[in-house]
Design a protein around this ligand. Structure first.
Ligand code: HEM
Length: 415
């Protein structure tokens, strides 16, 4: 990251990096170019092969990893499931999983919050999807498999020269077998559910009843792929956000105090009422995702020659938009490196240069789900605990997502 920052400072908001062998990448923190690629002229851009080929190997073809007509049809089908009113129905399931998971917090010693939030975020997706039809063993196994798939993808991307070794050593095959096992676990749950007549209020039931324009439902295979994708897209991003948010709160006692005041006012409220009465908590989360956007890069490839400002970018160029850099630009944010949640409370619209959930038609479908989950975690957490930081500064691990490193915090029961 500092490497990119230096390059942006030296070379400007958009620059090209030569990777050798005739390959090059365009890095940009220009919000107008990003909006053009993601929204205004999105028809002339596709996702990079990292998502539409490399990731597909491990997680199949779901909303996140498909393109063109296939994507359009699936997005149209799945969008209503993620409307606010449908996510509201999942709040009790979410809340239940959150309360159980937060029991793992210890107060007698400093703890790394990332593994706790990572398990929590995975369980919240699992329970929202399947309610009580999934066992704890199945959840642990699915979590292990999806994380192994992501680790393998990181390895492949970082060490492309070792591709033959991954194949020859059997490592790749082993990982692909794991993906098969994950699909079998999900398939078992779906098959059982199809035989039940009673209705459940979970995502699986919604997905089973959702239909295309011609009245048909998703094929069994498509449903399996979409569910696996929800696990992949929905858990690490959320746990990163939770970890960075709590670290920032611990380092800013005034913010923590204000947050606790709001949490106390919400103490006796239902989860839905908590969501509706948490403006400061929401601002805290938004400010945290400004400084540490869990998806810190969005990639696209232009399918046509692109003319933008003084640049002509030949077609089939990889473009990487740095949300991390964009969210820290002096021209848009006063004291850009400081954590000031109030900037999200002054009624100003930041949509032109702040988009932690992406922008345009491929914007995160789970954005409400994620925000509601994080607000409910903050409510549960700060109703019981106060937190202190133990190490400076916040450390980052920029992999596929922006992960925290050594997110060690000390929890104390509130007096
Ligand atoms: C704080 C948490 C989250 C962040 C920061 C985040 C961020 C993003 C971003 C930036 C994109 C767009 C990527 C692109 O344009 O290339 C995206 C797409 C997506 N996200 Fe999220 N996400 C989060 C949570 C979730 C959750 C909880 C779910 C599901 C339960 C989810 C499901 C998806 C899916 C399926 C897509 C692909 C949408 C499409 O291409 O049509 N995300 N997310």
């Amino acid at each position: 990251m500092p490497f990119h920052h230096r390059n942006f400072e030296k070379l400007g908001d958009t620059f090209q990096l030569n990777l050798g062998l005739g390959k090059h990448v365009v890095f940009s923190r220009d919000q107008d170019l990003a909006i053009l690629a993601l929204q205004k002229q999105q028809k002339d851009f596709i996702k990079s092969p990292i998502q539409t080929k490399d990731l597909v190997k491990y997680v199949g073809k779901g909303l996140l990893t498909v393109e063109g007509e296939e994507w359009k049809t699936q997005r149209k089908l799945l969008q209503p499931t993620f409307y606010k009113k449908n996510i509201y129905q999942l709040l009790d399931l979410m809340q239940d999983a959150i309360v159980k998971q937060l029991q793992n917090i210890k107060t007698d010693q400093p703890i790394d919050v990332f593994p706790i939030f990572n398990d929590l975020a995975f369980k919240v997706v699992a329970k929202s999807l399947f309610s009580d039809a999934i066992s704890n063993e199945q959840i642990s196994r699915l979590q292990y498999i999806t994380e192994e798939a992501q680790n393998m993808l990181v390895k492949e991307l970082r060490q492309p020269y070792k591709k033959w070794w991954f194949i020859w050593s059997g490592e790749l095959k082993k990982k692909l077998l794991l993906t098969k096992e994950a699909l079998q676990i999900i398939e078992g749950i779906i098959t059982k559910r199809r035989k039940q007549s009673s209705q459940k209020e979970d995502l699986l039931d919604m997905l089973l009843h959702t239909t295309y324009e011609d009245g048909s439902s998703m094929t069994h295979e498509k449903l399996l792929d979409e569910i696996l994708i929800l696990f992949i897209a929905g858990h690490e991003t959320t746990s990163n956000a939770l970890s960075f948010t709590t670290q920032l709160i611990a380092r800013n006692p005034d913010v923590q105090q204000k947050l606790i005041q709001e949490v106390d006012q919400n103490k006796l409220r239902t989860p839905l009422d908590v969501l509706k009465n948490s403006p400061f908590t929401t601002a805290v989360i938004e400010e945290s995702m400004r400084l540490y956007p869990p998806v810190y890069f969005i990639d696209r490839v232009n399918t046509k020659t692109l003319k933008f400002k003084d640049y002509t970018i030949p077609k089939n160029t990889s473009l990487l938009f740095s949300l991390y850099e964009m969210h820290r630009k002096q021209e848009f944010w006063e004291e850009p490196l400081n954590f000031i949640p109030e900037r999200f409370l002054n009624g100003k619209n930041h949509a032109a240069y702040y988009f932690p959930f992406g922008a345009g038609p491929r914007k995160c479908i789970g954005n409400n789900f994620a925000m509601y989950e994080i607000i409910l975690v903050m409510q549960e957490l700060f109703a019981k605990y106060q937190i202190e930081f133990t190490n400076q500064p916040i450390e980052i691990l920029p992999l596929i997502s922006l992960k925290p490193k050594n997110a060690i915090l000390h929890f104390n029961y509130r007096k």
